[in-house]
Design a protein around this ligand. Structure first.
Ligand code: ADP
Ligand code: MG
Length: 253
């Protein structure tokens, strides 16, 4: 399988999850998750609704905590207690299905808020960085508008730019195109492909299988809180092994 995007994945693991188990009350949402992600690796996570995909990636920036197991992100042990939250949030950017922009702030202000508050940047510095990334996602001219004045695709590109303004080492995407009108999906995927080309470590929950084929180094299939199967895209789509994977791919392809 020829990847459209050359791989940048290095040898060392930037994310390590070992025997991770998580419960919401009595419901076990993650069961025995072992996952290592190398620096520069691009991972696509797919699986049926409710299989624990969002929960899994939210554990990586500690939006969720786990009861059992170990999670280490760029040398920061997340399972050691609460004090590492800020450190890890500064390294891990996240983009959600629903954009989550602050509606009362302009696009520029959305992008400068966190760098000023948690990176200690001056307003001028933060605005310069913000304009750099808004240019990169090709909407610098929208900087002084409010989120509601932008299309969904534009808002999602702002959300990506906003995350990049913190210079993250890892980017998490949770179904970033699922809430978009079909004609806007491509512009967001193209932005993500650009990030991949630049060597960003990325974990993307998505059912955009074209994206997975051309960008992912590895596709992970989850069901019932477990990693059921994982393989490079050629193998994953060409010869899925597990019955649940076959069933799932049969439904979405
Ligand atoms: P996915 O992203 O694969 O659809 P999620 O990680 O969102 O799956 O959710 C997995 C399961 O955990 C679902 O059954 C969901 O209802 C449940 N769940 C998710 N978040 C919570 C929560 N905060 N409290 C209780 N149950 C939750
Ligand atoms: Mg989800």
């Amino acid at each position: 399988m020829n990847h459209a995007v050359a791989t940048h994945a290095g040898a060392e693991s930037i994310i390590r999850m070992e025997a991770v188990n998580k419960w919401y009350g009595t419901f076990q949402v993650l069961t025995g998750i072992d996952l290592s992600v190398r620096t520069g690796e691009r991972i696509v996570i797919c699986g049926p609704s409710g299989s624990g995909k969002s929960t899994l990636i939210r554990c990586i920036n500690r939006l969720e905590t786990v009861q059992k197991g170990k999670i280490v992100v760029d040398g920061i042990e997340l399972t050691a207690g609460g004090k590492n939250v800020d450190a890890v949030r500064a390294e891990v950017g996240m983009v959600f299905q629903q954009f989550n922009l602050f509606p009362h702030l302009t696009i520029l202000q959305n992008c400068t808020l966190a760098p000023m508050r948690s990176r200690g940047m001056s307003k001028e510095q933060a605005e310069e960085v913000a304009m750099k990334y808004l240019t990169r996602v090709r909407i610098p001219e929208q900087a002084h508008k409010y989120p509601s004045q932008l299309s969904g695709g534009q808002q999602q590109r702002v959300a990506i730019a906003r995350a990049l303004c913190m210079s993250p080492k890892i980017m998490l995407f949770d179904e970033p195109t699922s809430a978009l009108d079909p004609e806007m999906v491509k512009e967001v995927l193209d932005t993500m492909i650009g990030l991949a080309e630049d060597g960003m470590t990325m974990l993307c929950v998505t059912h955009e299988m074209g994206f997975a084929r051309s960008v992912a180094d590895r596709v992970i299939f989850m069901a019932d809180g477990k990693i059921v199967e994982q393989a490079p895209p050629g193998e994953f789509f060409g010869s899925p092994k597990h019955e649940k994977t076959k069933q799932f791919l049969g439904q979405i392809l």
